[in-house]
Design a binder for this molecule. Sequence first.
Ligand code: AP5
Length: 323
Amino acid sequence: MWQKGARCAAQFGRRFAAPAAGLSAVSAGTWFALKQQTLACEDKSSQSDEAANAMMACAALAISYKNAQEDLVKAKQELKRVQDKYDYFWPRKIMMLFGAPGAGKGTQGPNITNTLGLPQLSTGDMLRDAVSAGTPIGIRAKEAMSTGALVTDEIVIGIIGDRIKETDCGAGFILDGFPRTIAQAEALDALLLTTGERVNLILAFGVAEDVLEERVCGRWMHKGSGRSFHVKFAPPKSMKLDDNGKPLASTMLDDQTGEPLYQRADDTREALVKRLDQYHEQTIPLLEHYRPKGIVKEIDGGAPIKQVTTAVMNAMTKHNMKH
Ligand code: AP5
């Protein structure tokens, strides 16, 4: 090993990069460790030995080279994992979650985000943030939202138009609650066309309307993340009931952060009637706008949550997408 190193140093003088590649990384590593121990016992004069210093540098480079090779292998494995994932699903997804209030858009969106890493863009969440921050948009949106009416097209188109330009949307994004009118859909189509793109998947959650009231009136939300819970179907771990079987508000905490959950101002029986009217009149026609493009996948949103998640994952595979 020493002779090999000496030959290496002699041949290339003080240029050690090439010898490093020629030296077995394993033998260099062993030699490096031994040599360091030896040097600790030797006096300083031996450190000035040029050949020894050359070998030290050579060995250090060989070790760096070996480490770099290992990093490269890991990077290639990670690249393959990501490529396999996108090959199995679909590259650059511009998806839309479609369904009535309480259909499960906000419940299923995070599963897609966790699987594909795409951000879920909920206009409802963005507007609620604007309302609680008291921004000019929030002030304009507040009254419409609390009664279950739609906010003006101009406001939501502006919000989404800005949001999809952000860098986290580079691999695609999930639209939740947008578009909700034909005018919004046309504005979205025009916006995407500027980059030669279009919506490529719509997951349409079908749910019988008589279950929606129970869903929205039993919902509790986490403000920071938009995560939704339900007193019956998806209770937070901390939930405790009072003597009447109603949840104690102080025990309604987010599973992940432990922060308090809240109930939305529009999650009332009265507001739901108006929200459903809007949905029928303004939003359902969007399905006919998009259906001829062959991108609408019907999901049975009335099934238990886990079953719906499985259906969502299956609908996203390349095998099930005919483009
Ligand atoms: P938005 O926030 O978008 O509300 P929404 O469309 O009415 O939808 P929800 O959030 O109520 O339903 P979801 O499908 O997400 O249900 P979730 O998964 O939470 O909009 C609110 C308002 O903002 C609008 O009314 C409007 O004013 C304004 N707005 C927003 N976008 C706009 C736009 N583009 N244009 C104009 N105005 C706009 O589920 C509900 C509950 O059910 C949860 O508690 C959940 O745990 C439970 N659940 C879910 N799935 C299941 C299941 N399979 N089985 C049992 N329980 C389930």
